[in-house]
Design a protein around this ligand. Structure first.
Ligand SMILES: NC(=O)C1=CN([C@@H]2O[C@H](COP(=O)(O)OP(=O)(O)OC[C@H]3O[C@@H](n4cnc5c(N)ncnc54)[C@H](O)[C@@H]3O)[C@@H](O)[C@H]2O)C=CC1
Ligand SMILES: O=C(O)CCC(=O)C(=O)O
Length: 488
């Protein structure tokens, strides 16, 4: 993007040094709230830059894995302490880069710090089991070893938490990493890496290369010296990464889309359900893989729920997320805005009834950014595209159902299975929902979004590679088990 505003140029972090790309080209990172204020410039890196980063990570791995888990954990504690001091700066950068509100970005940064501390402590937890051998003279146990070099490919929607929930466990279990952040939020990632640098990690243990996903991301997935790849992002890209990793025998972990339902049962507390639906669907401008996208409402409560939902959605304030009273910020990029508007148009063409919003905002200051109204459709049927595909914007599809069975059938009738929730006071009803719902994260009387760092997170069906991230589950991905048999 051409601009007259002077911006800081950020560099790659390779082998402990901040380096320019050999391309000598940069990518301008824009502010989706006001595109006249670029956030900075990042390197448009080449495969030669990536090669240098992978070589550095490969060279560092022997020494890093030879440290005790406790010693590795100490580095993470130090990174957390630096990040604590820089919370405001990191949060503001995340807000400027992708448009979530400042309180949300601050909360996410604090979550990043908590994740660092959680995995720092993990360095002192058990790494294996003793398993009785059938041979009474033998001792059998398991131990875990790091994968080696791990490629971290991160999206823009959680620019702090997602890179950290991948990087922190990778490091504490003894891997070295090459991180490729989304270009939209690469400066936030760079500021996080600065915290790791300040914590004194040995050179080569952590590397970051910015640039096109089709060059750097793809290059990481295909690189013979990258032993594991952890990815969050779109379905198409994820599948390509999985295939590339499978082809060369590397371990991979994919966290992809969602089309998350919330069921509003006839006995639901309407006020609670409306608040949670608004928060689940519209926070972060709907750009969460766990966002509420389909709202399945039982007929007896439908009108009352819909009317209250419209009433409360109308109260939402939209604007530049750095401003204090703004609840809903812009969409993160022009491409995402166009994607969202395309789905709104598609919904209307397919016969869904637009009952609120649906417009891009272009008056006054809105013209400088990528703003769209929170949008609600009703009369949505399950065969419509807006009931099937991930929109990743502030759009709700209301679906009226006549029975509990129909509610579950509709909820499960998508290719995704990431998160789902139900609002009901009936114990039998929610237990049945927990049993029947095809989703990795199932929530009762709570919004569909909301991930806790100490619990496993991941999806069923096409939402993930069936692996789980976070909590103890991270150990499964970032290590390999060795079964050891010792005979005296
Ligand atoms: N599950 C989630 O949390 C996310 C889902 N999405 C979904 O994806 C849609 C598109 O968003 P994008 O930012 O374009 O997602 P994306 O999947 O293209 O980007 C995610 C990451 O993958 C990298 N990448 C892109 N192409 C690659 C390739 N060929 N090989 C390896 N890495 C590659 C990107 O540079 C970025 O770091 C969204 O509308 C949403 O539906 C996007 C971001 C996060
Ligand atoms: O809801 C959350 O906190 C995490 C969601 C997530 O992983 C994502 O949107 O990519």
């Amino acid at each position: 993007m051409a601009t007259n505003v002077t911006t800081t140029v950020y560099r790659n972090f390779i082998n402990g040094e901040w380096q320019e790309s050999e391309s000598a080209e940069q990518i301008t990172v824009i502010n989706p709230a006001d595109t006249s204020l670029p956030v900075g410039q990042i390197q448009s890196s080449t495969t030669a830059d990536l090669e240098a980063a992978v070589e550095a990570a490969d060279a560092a791995r022997k020494e890093w894995r030879s440290l005790s888990g406790a010693a590795r954990g100490e580095f993470l504690y130090r990174a957390a302490a630096v990040m604590e001091e820089r919370t405001e700066e990191i949060a503001a950068t995340a807000t400027k880069e992708m448009g979530k509100t400042l309180p949300e970005a601050r909360g996410e940064t604090q979550r990043g710090i908590a994740i660092l501390k959680y995995y720092a402590a993990e360095g002192m937890r058990k790494t294996g089991d003793v398993i009785p051998s059938t041979d009474p003279g033998a001792f059998m146990y398991t131990s875990r070893v790091p994968l080696g070099v791990v490629g971290v490919i991160a999206p823009w929607n959680f620019p702090v938490a997602i890179p950290i929930w991948k990087i922190a466990p990778a490091l504490v279990y003894g891997n070295t990493i090459v991180c490729k952040p989304a270009s939209e939020t690469a400066i936030t990632a760079i500021k996080i890496i600065e915290c790791f640098e300040a914590a004194g990690f040995p050179k080569g243990v952590i590397n970051l290369v910015t640039g096109a996903g089709s060059v750097i991301g793809k290059g990481l997935a295909e690189h013979p010296k990258v032993n594991g790849i952890t990815f969050t992002g779109s379905n198409n890209v994820g599948k390509g990464i999985g295939l590339a990793a499978l082809e060369r025998g590397a371990k991979y972990q994919l966290e992809m889309g969602g089309k998350n339902p919330v069921i509003i049962a006839a006995d639901a507390d309407i006020e609670q359900a409306v608040d949670a639906t608004i928060s689940g669907a519209f926070r972060s401008t709907g750009q969460k893989c766990t966002a509420t996208s389909r709202v399945i409402v039982e007929a007896p409560i439908y009108d009352a729920f819909r009317d209250r939902l419209i009433e409360k959605t109308k109260e939402i304030t939209i604007g530049n997320s750095l401003e204090k009273d703004v609840w809903l910020g812009p969409i993160a990029s022009k491409a995402q805005l166009e994607n969202c508007l395309h789905y709104i148009q598609k919904g209307m063409e397919e016969g869904a009834k637009l009952i609120l919003g649906g417009e891009q905002l272009t008056d006054g200051d809105y013209a400088k950014g990528f703003y769209v109204q929170p949008t609600i459709f009703e009369d949505v049927t399950n065969d419509m595209v807006i009931a099937q595909e991930e929109i990743f914007g502030p759009v709700i599809a209301l679906i009226k159902v006549d029975s509990e069975e129909q509610a579950i059938d509709v909820a499960n009738d998508v290719k995704f299975g990431l998160s789902a929730s139900i609002f009901t006071k009936n114990i039998g009803r929610f237990l049945q929902f927990v049993e029947d719902m095809e989703a990795g994260l199932v929530r009762v009387n709570a919004e569909s979004a909301g991930v806790e760092l100490q619990a496993p997170f991941g999806g069923m069906k096409q939402s993930s590679s069936h692996s789980r991230e976070q909590g103890e589950a991270a150990k499964e991905f970032f290590t390999s088990i060795k079964t050891v048999f010792v005979k005296g």
